[in-house]
Design a protein around this ligand. Structure first.
Ligand code: RB5
Length: 157
């Protein structure tokens, strides 16, 4: 599977090891940067991962920052992206099975490389269940994206 992978300076080292892990596991990482430890802004890298996924250049994305928090906040601003911060394998497979997450976020200052690999392995091998109750909830998220899109006036309280 083609996987867009990005990180800020906080996640740079983990990105390198996860990209290598993906390669060994038979996937094709599409590395969108950053390419060294110089400080950068995580929204810029989240944008590159999101663009690759939304354009179909990658089927899924992985975005790493220090905490995994900024990565998901930024990634979820792109309509069509469903980003989930997962620091355990239960969240990793749930985020695929129930939420059809297409971007996995992790915090390199929260978990180590061995756990991160397990999480990626679980996330990559899990699929959306497709159950109607989950589809209905995802449809509601799409409706929210449309209702609050920049072309629309702010909703009345
Ligand atoms: C960078 O210092 C840090 O703020 C960033 O990697 C991330 O943790 C933000 O959520």
């Amino acid at each position: 599977m083609r996987v867009a992978i990005g990180a800020d300076h906080g996640g740079f080292e983990l990105k390198v090891s996860i990209a290598e892990y993906l390669r060994k596991a038979g996937h094709t990482p599409v590395d969108v940067g950053t390419h060294n430890s110089d400080p950068v802004d995580y929204p810029d890298l989240a944008r590159e991962v999101a663009k690759a996924v939304l354009a179909g250049e990658a089927e899924r994305g992985i975005m790493i920052c220090g905490s995994g928090v900024g990565a998901s906040i930024a990634s979820n601003k792109f309509p069509g992206i469903r980003a989930a911060t997962c620091h355990d394998t239960y969240s990793a497979h749930q985020s695929r099975e129930h939420n059809d997450a297409n971007v996995l976020c992790m915090g390199a200052r929260v978990i180590g490389p061995a756990l991160a690999e397990d999480i990626v392995k679980t996330w990559m091998s899990s699929e959306f269940s497709g159950e109607p109750r989950h589809r209905k909830r995802l449809d509601k998220i799409v409706a929210i994206e449309k209702e609050f899109s920049s072309g629309n006036p702010p909703p009345k309280p």
